[in-house]
Design a protein around this ligand. Structure first.
Ligand code: PLP
Length: 481
């Protein structure tokens, strides 16, 4: 075959794929969340070389059903409660399919008029949904890691007199060490941005957090003052709304005050919990986010949009363009002064049409539908937290502001050493995960092995949480016995 599929063949295959997708989603909850697969199994089952001749689509799809589908970790499973659990919802899957069909590269308005303008519009919708000020301008990246990198590059570009964009950083005695501040709970993507931007990992100040895992503002102020006194140049402060381990929220108003006093860029990482801002009662838990210079929220985390979709809002779009816009002759178009060319807003040229799936999700659920589900997730987390708090066999390890619960099982009788307790919790998690219907992950909190239940899947219902609680309690008792 040296041409694309004939229309009839394509239509038939697409119908089969529609059935595969619908069957998968209908039955995903009946599978174990984790596949019974060992490292190398899938690779060994695949031929070493590509086929020279064409293969029938039905045979390829049969292999998909035999080799691929059963051997993925099922992120769309109602019992997937690890990391931040997510959902590729039906409307989002339809959006992905249509985006793949159009295969638009929206690097320029000219190469994607509707994708560019839809992206601007859905980001405006999202800003309104989250009660962000109208001057926040959004665009879509693949991940929060990219969004934070772009934001911190803009922060670096704003530093006066350095002109890093043109002159770089290497071999310049006139450039002081740049420093970035975030809490000891911030995501590792901030360190990775520092690596890429030439700030260096050791110039990321990990500020201590308080007992509720919120960045300590006095410690932050002290670190900034110490760095200034040592001739270093503070570049950005990253506050997190919904930290990865416990979903704690940094005290943004005080951090924003400090940023304003010191002239430091404020980046807010709301990759997970930003979605909850669409509910007024949750938005009230994150005062001050409207003062950010940049803010990232991932619809692919908690807005039921398939991976990948990360929205970066910035206050000063011209500054972002100043950091990144670079237009070779072949990309010049006549309408540049009237339109947004998405390639000007970051380091990559090509852009997937990600706005389409977000548009389908927001329209198909309606904002009220999205709010309802986020509220249900938070209510399920509160219920689980209440069960844990009321049971002497377990203990809560952190407050539960959103839909993630951190906890530990207690050893009976004399508590044993922290190492004994850590091992006990490791074994408990392994036992629960081996049972099949649930997948939990862990984190370290104050040096202690801590289990997490992160609720974020559309299919997770209160009955699943009851079953999880029974499994946890039973597994704990069996381990003790
Ligand atoms: C708070 C926070 N920020 C950033 C990220 C990175 O997200 P991404 O995978 O979109 O880069 C995560 C991942 O879980 C996160 O929890």
């Amino acid at each position: 075959m040296s041409r694309d599929l004939p229309p009839d063949e394509f239509r038939a295959a697409m119908h089969r794929v529609a059935d595969l997708v619908a069957d998968y989603l209908e039955g995903v909850g009946d599978r174990p969340v984790l596949p019974a697969v060992s490292p190398g199994d899938v690779r060994r089952a695949l031929p070493a070389s590509a086929p020279e001749g064409p293969e029938p689509l039905d045979a390829i799809l049969d292999d998909y059903l035999r080799l691929i589908e059963p051997n993925v970790t099922h992120w769309n499973h109602p019992g997937f409660l690890a990391y931040f659990s997510i959902t590729g919802s039906g409307p989002g899957i339809l959006g992905e399919t249509l985006a793949a069909t159009l295969n638009v590269n929206a690097m320029l308005w000219r190469t994607g008029p509707a994708p560019t303008e839809l992206e601007e519009r859905v980001c405006e919708w999202l800003a309104r949904m989250m009660d962000l000020p109208p001057d926040f301008r959004g665009h879509i990246n693949d991940t929060a890691s990219s969004s934070s990198l772009v934001a911190l590059a803009a922060a670096r570009h704003r530093l006066p007199g350095l002109d890093v964009r043109v002159q770089g950083l290497a071999g310049r005695p006139d450039v002081p060490s740049l420093t970035v501040y975030c809490s000891d709970q911030a995501h590792s993507s901030i360190d990775k941005s520092a690596i890429v931007l030439g700030v260096g990992q050791e110039n990321v100040r990990r500020i201590a957090s308080d007992g509720a895992f919120r960045m300590s503002v006095p410690a932050l102020a002290e670190a900034v003052a110490r760095d200034r006194a040592a001739g270093r140049l503070p570049m950005a402060i990253v506050a997190t709304v919904g930290t990865t381990s416990t979903t704690s929220v940094d005290p943004i108003p005080e951090i924003a005050d400090l940023c304003a006093r010191e002239g430091i860029w404020l980046h807010v990482d709301a990759a997970y919990a930003g979605a909850a801002a669409i509910c007024p009662e949750h938005r009230a838990l994150m005062p001050g986010i409207e003062r950010a210079d940049s803010l990232v929220v991932n619809p692919h985390k908690w807005l039921f949009t398939p991976v990948d979709c990360s929205v970066l809002f910035v206050r000063d779009l011209d500054l972002l363009k100043g950091a990144f816009s670079l237009v070779p002759e072949y990309l010049r178009t006549g309408e540049s002064s009237e339109v947004t060319n998405l390639m000007d807003l970051g380091f990559q040229l090509g852009r997937r049409f990600r706005a389409l799936k977000l548009w389908l999700v927001i329209r198909a659920f309606g904002v009220e539908g999205l709010r309802e589900r986020i509220r249900l997730h938070c209510a399920m987390a509160r219920d689980l937290a209440a069960r844990i708090a009321a049971d002497p066999r377990f203990e809560l390890a952190a407050p539960v502001p959103f839909s993630t619960v951190c906890f530990r099982a207690r050893l009976p009788g004399s508590p044993g050493s922290p190492q004994d307790q850590d091992r006990f919790n490791e074994r408990l998690m392994a036992r629960v995960n081996a049972a099949g219907p649930f997948f939990l992950s862990h984190t370290g909190l104050q040096g202690r092995h801590t289990l997490r239940v992160a609720i974020g899947n559309l299919r997770t219902e209160p009955a699943h949480m009851t079953a999880l609680w029974e499994l946890l309690s039973r597994s704990r008792d069996e381990l003790v016995a």
